[in-house]
Design a protein around this ligand. Sequence first.
Ligand SMILES: Nc1ncnc2c1ncn2[C@@H]1O[C@H](COP(=O)(O)OP(=O)(O)O)[C@@H](O)[C@H]1O
Ligand SMILES: [Mg+2]
Length: 585
Amino acid sequence: MSIQRLSPELVNQIAAGEIIERPASVLKELLENALDAGARAIRVDLEAGGKSLIRVRDDGRGMTPEDLVLAVASHATSKIGTLDDLEHIATLGFRGEALASIASVATMRVTSRTEGASHGHGLTVEKAAEPVPAPHPIGTSVEVRDLFHRVPARRKFLRTERTELRHLQELVRRVALGRPEVGFELTHNGRALMQLPALPAEDAGQRVTALMGEAFAEAALQVDVEGAGMRLRGWLGLPTAARGQPDLQYVYLNGRMIRDRLVTQALRRAYADVLFKDRFPTYLLHLQVDPAQVDVNVHPTKHEVRFRESGLVFDFIQRQVGQALAHAGAAAPAGMPNSGPPVSVPMATPSGSSSHWRSAPLPLGAPDERPTASAPALPLAEATQLYGQEQMPRLGEAIAQIHGVYILAESSNGLVLVDMHAAHERIVYERLKRQYAQATIARQPLLVPVAVAVTPAEADRAEEGQALLEAVGLEVDRAGPEQLRVRSVPALLADADPEALLRDALAKLDEGAAGRAVESRVAQLLGTMGCHGSVRANRRLTSAEQTALLREMEQTPNIDQCNHGRPTWVELSTADLDRLFLRGR
Ligand SMILES: Nc1ncnc2c1ncn2[C@@H]1O[C@H](COP(=O)(O)OP(=O)(O)O)[C@@H](O)[C@H]1O
Ligand SMILES: [Mg+2]
């Protein structure tokens, strides 16, 4: 075939291939247009999973008949005019090709009316179509019918009505979560699926509760921090709200929903300290960055972005979120409605637990249910400050050690149970981190160096990682092709088994070590080593030791969870006790 120019229609169909993958991608473009037009109320009607109809009606500024014609033409946009504009994009759209692309793969009708116009105009997109007068309130409706009917190859890729609807609903959730000030309504085959009223800024939490669920709302920490020319605000799920899949993670950059690896990684890193490895944190965050610092023109769907100063953004997110989690409670949980008393963190039920007052999650707002020991209402670090010096310490007085595992204490609220091992693990880890930060992990030389038989590969790894090991207090040298010698261990871990310490450290050195930042590898090493220093289960503690552990806990950051994300203490209040015994009824 000789070279020919493609017809404009084919050009649009090819362009559509990039952005219009399924009904949800059409809806995304239409919703973004409505938001860019300043809509305060948006209604979405769908039929057959969006395959036969997607209709979006908004009350935004609308279009004149002349603009209607341009709107559906390719490369026509009101949002940018110059290259310079492209560098400071504040709208969701800017490519000027969504409507034209959609019209090339479906039947599209746009009806619109601007303020001051006596009536609206409608345009059915076909060759040489003209806008004709049509009734419409101020705003715009875009109707997309029979998606891909002219592109059978793509139609084949559409999934069942249910699957497409799931994608459509998730999209509306994402958009609506990012814009609580806009009302959303969604119907499918004439049935109402979502009805979200527009909310004033101070009630934004209601949208979060409605869409992310009560469980998230109850264990979420509100943040609003600024620094380095950026602002981060939103909600961070506490470790107890973590999930088995990454489905409750929402990030908006300057109002645009994004799925960005850099941001996700920074958040993972921030949560790494308080979360089990295979758990996924939950969050809803708005990041505001000077638009000139971001390139959103990386990919046609604009999910990915490029930060000009990516290191700065990464550090900002990791540090701010890490700190917020560490002082958890500092800002909690204002603006979160329906969550009853301040942050109640429903405790994950420990598996295999048969104890009856632990067996159900805390029945919030259901006072007749059986009481449950629950993780603390306020993170310990903060509660301790509130309680001050003169009163009884937050964790109270140790009474007994139970089954060699738990410490029972009487607090001014009721009963406290502490998992000794979990708590101690966190204490040791935080001490190690503090020492490391001050570049002074104290080493304890071993009287007799301990020889450890290893594989040649492990020995190599230890040699390569020698500086890292020394930084965390482990002095190791090679005694032969398959032998290492531990010369000193961190003083905090003087009682630990040097060989076990080394083996765990070697395993950590191996794990995805390549390319990881030193800091995060150090944190991993310290976390692993922390376990070795902690009190073994079944060790008898004197009553002075028990009390000392409680007091130490009160001073330790992140103490509410152990290094693996398990709770370290729970409380049963006197009110819970009364209910257990049916007192005062
Ligand atoms: N719902 C709407 N309300 C008002 N104007 C709209 C609406 N949808 C589209 N437009 C106009 O049509 C133009 C083209 O839209 P689109 O093809 O999505 O490109 P882009 O959003 O990238 O500019 C927009 O720039 C805007 O001026
Ligand atoms: Mg657009």
